[in-house]
Design a protein around this ligand. Structure first.
Ligand SMILES: *[C@@H]1O[C@H](CO)[C@@H](O)[C@H](O)[C@H]1NC(C)=O
Ligand SMILES: *[C@@H]1O[C@H](CO)[C@@H](O)[C@H](O)[C@H]1NC(C)=O
Ligand SMILES: *[C@@H]1O[C@H](CO)[C@@H](O)[C@H](O)[C@H]1NC(C)=O
Length: 159
């Protein structure tokens, strides 16, 4: 009896989750890597209504927003922003930092389709599909590398 139940569950759970997953996460950019689904901070007590991705630029493209359009907006201007986030199906937010009080949510919480491409996820209500520039991590790892070299050189000199 329980075996039958398990078999039924095994058969039906994938069908149910497949039906739920109507949007997929865009991850086809060389420059930006998907970083996660984050909670917007405007309504978090003590946030002074600041945005999770604040201090940068933003745009809204009703009926037209897609993830690649947002990544181009954040990464192809005179300032290359480290973070790009899509919210409410049509908003694009660019910033150099992601607020420390923005909580990382399950990816499935960002399930609003982009208005310009309903197959991909563009955040949710007060939720952001966040992308991080890969040059940010390259920068970080290259500075760690430089520090290691500097450390070795200094150790050598002191020896
Ligand atoms: C997300 O932020 C809202 C306020 O905008 C808050 O009410 C909610 O508890 C937060 N959720 C999580 C999981 O942090
Ligand atoms: C930035 O612009 C270049 C050409 O101007 C284009 O090839 C590239 O795809 C754009 N980047 C993004 C993230 O869209
Ligand atoms: C998604 O967009 C396509 C093409 O624009 C349209 O045919 C389809 O009905 C849309 N699907 C949903 C669920 O909105």
């Amino acid at each position: 009896m329980t075996l039958l139940l398990h078999l039924l569950l095994l058969l039906f759970i994938p069908l149910l989750t497949a039906a739920d997953a109507t949007v997929s996460i865009y991850d086809d950019s060389d420059k930006y890597i998907y970083y996660g689904c984050y909670n917007e901070t405007t309504q978090v007590p003590g946030s002074a209504e600041t945005r999770a991705l604040g201090g940068g630029i933003d745009e809204s493209l009703p009926g037209e927003m897609t993830v690649p359009k947002c990544l181009a907006f954040c990464g192809n201007g005179s300032t290359e922003y480290r973070y790009a986030g899509l919210e409410w199906s049509r908003e694009c937010w660019c910033a150099q930092t992601l607020s420390g009080i923005a909580e990382k949510l399950d990816d499935t919480a960002c399930n609003y389709p982009c208005e310009g491409d309903n197959t991909t996820a563009c955040g949710g209500s007060l939720k952001l599909s966040v992308y991080r520039a890969s040059f940010a991590s390259r920068l970080a790892s290259s500075s760690v590398f430089c520090l290691t070299i500097a450390g070795l050189v200094m150790a050598r000199m002191l020896w």
